[in-house]
Ligand binder design. Sequence first.
Ligand code: VG1
Ligand code: CO
Length: 543
Amino acid sequence: MERITVNTTPIDGQKPGTSGLRKKTEVFMGKHYLENFISAIWTGIGGASGKTFVLGGDGRYFNDRAAQVILRMAAASGAAKVIIGQNAVLSTPAASNLIRKRATDGGIIMSASHNPGGRDEDFGVKFNMANGGPAPEDVTNRMYEATKTITHYDILEAQDIDLATLGTTQLGDMEIEVVDPVSDYAELMESLFDFDKLRALFASGFTMRFDAMHAVTGPYATEIFERRLGAPQGSVLNGTPLPDFGKGHPDPNPIWAKPLVDLVMSDAAPDFAAASDGDGDRNMILGRGVYVTPSDSLAVLAANAHLAPGYASGLAGVARSMPTSQAVDRVAEALGLECFETPTGWKFFGNLLDAGRATLCGEESAGTGSDHVREKDGVWAVLLWLNILAETGASVKGLLADHWAKYGRNYYSRHDYEAVDATAANGMINALRAGLRTLPGQTFAAGKVAMADEFAYDDPIDGSRSEGQGIRIGFENGSRIVFRLSGTGTVGATLRVYLEAYENDPSKLDADAETALADVVESAEQIAGIKGATGREAPDVKT
Ligand code: VG1
Ligand code: CO
């Protein structure tokens, strides 16, 4: 086994985005591409020497090959140990849990999350810190700087490691421990939720469908829902992970998980349904005849979390990403909780969770989580919903209706314009920025503008500032529009337009969301000229 130093040169564009570095798989498979970035990770964290890391991924195409490369590079860089999921698979929340539970120095997660997988699709790599959460911006900036000056990297020349067999092996001086990806995670879930009550719920005939979308949550969901909680076999759909996710788009929303939405709207609807994404950190919640928006889900969970044993003593505070609807703010106000508004991306919740200022966090993009790990967590969100349903005996629809009756309803939708020309998209955002000062006081279809700014975040724990986090426009009647460009896409630019309208008239809580938001949608067009800038008549995806 020989340690070799390979000469390389910087590769353009290795800048981590909202959640790590994501590129086309073929790009990651290109000469030195993965190796340069892994070497830059070591530089960004002050070296790998003597450290212990967790390694795992969502099982997409190239996951297995990338794992072997990362192991050889870790060994060559002096890492003491790598704890790796069997077959190099770990869901993102399970990886976060292992990083924390085993008191490691951090971990590498191989995933492009909700992006499709396969040789012609996407791959990604991100680093999580010792707290289990995504590396903050100062660390990812150091990694990016390192990619621009790299001249060489170290790697061991060795045979592939057997990652299918559980147990401990050596690679040079480094120890490798192959662990079951599910057991530690399932144990954590048992510590937070009332599994006896959930078993009784399923025993009483409660029906559920969980769509794993051929992605990483299949084994987790099968173990927890079917084996430990006794949900009938077949409750988990598409539970076999595939390297290309069965050619689907592993994004749990009404577009990409349409068959599940169709099912809950049909006569054959189960009591409850949910789906998760490629790496298991997102969730979509459905009930018989109803889709729960992620923003509403966060609000309902915040209002009822105390019904689950893990949260019985109440919440310290809540946090939501800026574009997420303000529904949870109303719950926080009623409960007297601190409520934080952070930029998009889970890395911004880490400090609040570590400091004990927030217990529950969420994003409009179907991410919900708590201080049990430092990532959003799809299966966790499903279990918290189930625990609340078991305690209250309510239906999803009933719980939501009660919530709206109490707090009012934040109608919400996100419109995505994918793979648009990057120059045109940036031009549109620049024009919006330039016109911000003139907007307050002007009237559009949705009413009079009360405020308009570009969101910047000052982290209350470490004082760091993050600028350029999206254009916000608030109306006097509580409606809101947010414009921002995605940081996870791999082709051109993706424009996201977030639309929200508040309603508390009891006779108007049951409207069709598209109708309720029509004026806000029209205002977004009036203000930004989206059609002209993107050349599109309509968004590619509406969620
Ligand atoms: C998107 C979502 C964001 C989420 C991120 C990573 O980012 O909007 O809320 O945190 O994906 O999620 P962007 O920059 O494309 O809007 V995951 O589950 O894909 O790691
Ligand atoms: Co994800």
